[in-house]
Write a protein that binds this ligand. Structure first.
Ligand code: DOR
Ligand code: ZN
Length: 340
């Protein structure tokens, strides 16, 4: 196969940051071929209300014409003042929020204001179910050993699933066989996003030889058997699994440092890598559902009408994008975006 054409894809988990960098990262998303991106709210300051959300969306869409920003807000503990959360969430919904993101305290970049216990956000989550807002989870328990943090989050997911039967829940950037099993067990109103880096690499790629800080992300890359479970999920053709890159730019000096920040900048390369991965496994017929269909369906959006075409033409990844070292920096990849 020399060409592949499919409906224009969406990325259901991106970080576009704040300030002057927003435009760079948003334009990279458009150039990478995506129609829509689900924008995470862990900016500084975080996106927590309708005014912040609307302003951020405007900034993104002005900077990157043609890119549609699907907006999220950061979930904060229930307000002491009864009624305040209802007013805030109703306004968020009216402003176009599609999801709220729950971060356990300290679990990743800019999550010091995250939550300690599910009980602290019970009222907000109940309102989200009522307002039909999707709950996106950073599914790790920060107090657990780092390789077990996702596994130890599974009871949190199960409790949410049982308590809010109509709530749509996404376990973000699933990284372990335990996470895959938990999403499957939760049934159709629960989905999992998968990143390109968790599908391609294991912990050994990061620390097995010389340390590669550009593969350091949360949740951590895991064991080969975990990666295999992620591949099986991505190739299964089940609508419970769709693409969310978790593309997370950090300046080069924050990555190539002691106390390196977590996050891989995958936006420029993720689609090319996914075409290669699905081709290598003989499942190119499963790619379109994963990147262009199941996410839109889960979020109640129509599928993009136009298409993108990738050709088997080598290209070399830039060493640096706006002072950020991308995944596969300087490497030659086989599939190029040629149309769309
Ligand atoms: O590696 C990560 N980086 N994981 C996250 O959950 C957040 C992200 C970021 O914002 O840098
Ligand atoms: Zn993320």
């Amino acid at each position: 196969m020399q060409h592949i054409t499919f409906h224009r894809p969406d990325d259901f988990h991106v970080h576009l940051r704040q300030g002057p960098d927003v435009g760079h990262y948003a334009r990279d998303a458009r150039h990478a071929g995506f129609a829509r991106v689900l924008v995470m709210p862990n900016t500084l300051p975080p996106i927590v209300d309708a005014a912040g959300l609307s302003g951020y969306r405007r900034e993104i869409e002005v900077a990157a014409p043609g890119l549609k920003a699907l907006m999220t807000f950061k979930i904060r503990p229930d307000d002491k003042n009864p009624g305040a959360d209802r007013i805030r969430l109703t306004a968020l919904k009216k402003a176009g929020a599609v999801a709220g993101k729950l971060y356990p305290e300290g679990v990743t970049t800019h999550s010091a204001d995250g939550i300690r216990r599910l009980d602290d956000v019970w009222g907000v989550v109940a309102l989200m179910e009522e307002l039909d807002l999707v709950l996106c989870l950073h599914g790790e328990v920060p107090q657990a050993f780092s390789l077990d943090r996702e596994k130890e989050f599974v009871p949190w997911l199960e409790r949410l699933r049982q308590s809010f039967p109509r709530l749509r829940i996404v376990l973000e950037h699933v990284s372990s066989a335990d996470g895959v099993q938990a999403v499957k067990d939760c049934g159709a109103l629960t989905a999992g996003t998968l990143t390109a880096h968790h599908l391609l690499f294991t912990l050994d790629d990061m620390v097995g030889g010389k340390l590669d800080p550009h593969l350091f992300c949360k949740p951590l890359l895991k064991r080969p058997e975990d990666r295999q479970a992620l591949l099986d999920a991505a190739f299964s053709g089940s609508p419970q699994w769709f693409f969310g890159s978790d593309s997370a730019p950090h300046a080069r000096e924050d990555k190539e440092a002691s106390l390196c920040s977590a996050g891989c900048y995958t936006m420029p390369v993720s689609l090319s890598l996914l075409v290669q991965l699905f081709e290598d496994h003989g499942v190119l017929d499963k790619l379109e559902g994963f990147v262009s269909r199941f996410g839109a369906e889960f979020y109640g959006l129509s599928q993009n009408q136009d298409t993108v075409t990738f050709a088997k033409e080598p290209w070399t990844v830039s060493k640096m994008y706006h002072n950020v070292v991308p995944l596969c920096s300087g490497q030659t990849l086989n599939w190029s975006l040629t149309g769309g």
